[in-house]
Design a protein around this ligand. Structure first.
Ligand code: ADP
Ligand code: MG
Length: 337
């Protein structure tokens, strides 16, 4: 099913990424398929260990230590999976850029931010030195760094956490990427700065027509930022839909559990719902539904029979054997507010 209204730029089909021995593999991403439309922000949400980062890293071919990646990753129709390192490098950082949770780990502490932006411009554009400097200032300005012209010669440690995150976004944008992979880009920041960075990603996506996959473990972040959302658990997708639909009317018990854990909109004295238990280890995943051990409505077949991701209505996909029981268990959304 084509799940976005926009022209599809990224079409991931049956992605599978595994580690360890061939005969007893640890499957971190298992038969994951989704699409991202031009200029669209797709949220990839799930608890820690769900396989979100490995999904993004599989797209760029930057898994260390190396995993085995199978399936298709069609970038504007071209499959990235079989490409060699040299060909991938031409796409990585240029057409597709990635930003990480911890900016200090991807910024070079010994180089000024001006030089780091310009390095990217050297690698990915034909601009001369003067034009590169002007562009670097423009980029810092674009991501909302005050007095951009005077910050080119500053080192990363001279910026606050939020400003460093902006610098990292500016570096990523230097190549005019058509897809930005953002891996929990705001998790380490306080809530006000988080909101500013998310607004920034939103306006860049809108103004530059850049598609974004925003990885987060926070449904609140999805609600505020994303056009569509894919919910991931145990390396598999459990629900995909428009943000409006999923927030208002989640179907999968795992999505419902995540939504009930949003701290906002909770009436005073309402106990916060958090999903009991912890995600399974990769070597202890059941053959059936990955969520079955923690699911409040799991039936006897759930640990053994894997539910397919099936269309419900025109724009929603859900993988669950017990959708009606889930609705009955969690009740209408209003009950939790
Ligand atoms: P998320 O980003 O959703 O928190 P990850 O994608 O980082 O989760 O990891 C998914 C699973 O893959 C985790 O259980 C993690 O321990 C496992 N994993 C990640 N990298 C490797 C590796 N190189 N070898 C084995 N397992 C790995
Ligand atoms: Mg991660």
């Amino acid at each position: 099913m084509k799940s976005t209204e926009k022209p599809v730029v990224l079409d991931v089909r049956h992605l599978r990424t595994e580690f360890g021995p061939q005969d007893r593999p640890l499957v971190a991403v298992d038969d994951v398929s989704f699409q991202v439309g031009q200029g669209e922000i797709l949220g990839l949400v799930g608890e820690s260990g769900s396989g979100k980062s490995i999904t993004l890293r599989s797209i760029l071919g930057i898994i260390r230590p190396r995993g085995r990646v199978a399936g298709e990753i069609l970038w504007n129709g071209r499959d990235l999976v079989p490409l060699d390192e040299a060909r991938l490098r031409r796409i990585r950082g240029r057409e597709i850029a990635m930003i990480f949770q911890e900016p200090m780990s991807s910024l070079n502490p010994l180089l000024t931010v001006g030089l780091q932006i310009q390095e990217n411009l050297v690698a990915h554009t034909n601009l001369d030195a003067k034009a590169r400097k002007a562009r670097a200032i423009e980029l810092l300005d674009l991501v909302g760094i005050p007095g951009a012209r005077n910050r080119l010669d500053d080192f990363p440690h001279e910026f606050s956490g939020g400003m460093r995150q902006r610098v990292m976004i500016a570096i990523a944008l230097a190549s005019n990427p058509k897809l930005l992979l953002a891996d929990e880009p705001t998790t380490a920041l306080d809530v006000t700065i988080q909101d500013q960075i998310l607004r920034l990603i939103q306006s860049l996506s809108r103004d530059l027509g850049m598609a974004v996959i925003l990885v987060t473990h926070d449904m609140g972040v999805v609600a505020e930022t994303c056009d569509r959302v894919a919910v991931m658990y145990g390396g598999r997708l459990c629900e995909v839909g428009t943000t409006t639909d999923v927030i208002a009317d989640a179907r999968h018990p795992y999505s419902l559990g995540l939504l009930r854990s949003i701290p906002r909109d909770v009436a005073p004295r309402t106990p916060l719902y958090s999903i009991p238990g912890a995600p399974p280890a990769l070597n202890a995943l059941p053959g059936g539904c990955a969520f079955s051990a923690r699911c409040p409505v799991a039936g006897r077949e759930c640990p053994d029979i894997r539910p397919a991701l099936e269309a419900i209505g025109s724009s929603r996909l859900v993988a669950c054997h017990h959708l009606e029981d889930a609705q009955a268990h969690f009740g209408p959304r209003e009950a939790a507010q």
